[in-house]
Design a protein. Structure first.
Length: 70
């Protein structure tokens, strides 16, 4: 997968593992209940919840979903 992506091939990867998403995802798409909630990078998602006090990506992700009622 990494070799393909590194060679310029678009790779679509679906996961529920936040560590994988943060590690491998150059661009993340967050879907909840069929709704597109976010499309961007892991740092952009983290920045979307500045007042949450989240120290890492997983905490930021949970805060992001809570703020949006999920």
């Amino acid at each position: 997968m990494l070799a393909l992506a590194g060679g310029g091939t678009t790779v679509i990867f679906s996961t529920h593992d936040l560590a994988e998403a943060e590690r491998y995802g150059q661009r993340l798409l967050v879907l909840a209940d069929g709704e597109n909630l976010f499309d961007g990078t892991a740092p952009e998602l983290h920045a979307a919840v500045p007042e949450s006090g989240a120290r890492d990506f997983e905490q930021a992700f949970v805060a992001f979903l809570r703020e949006r009622g999920h």
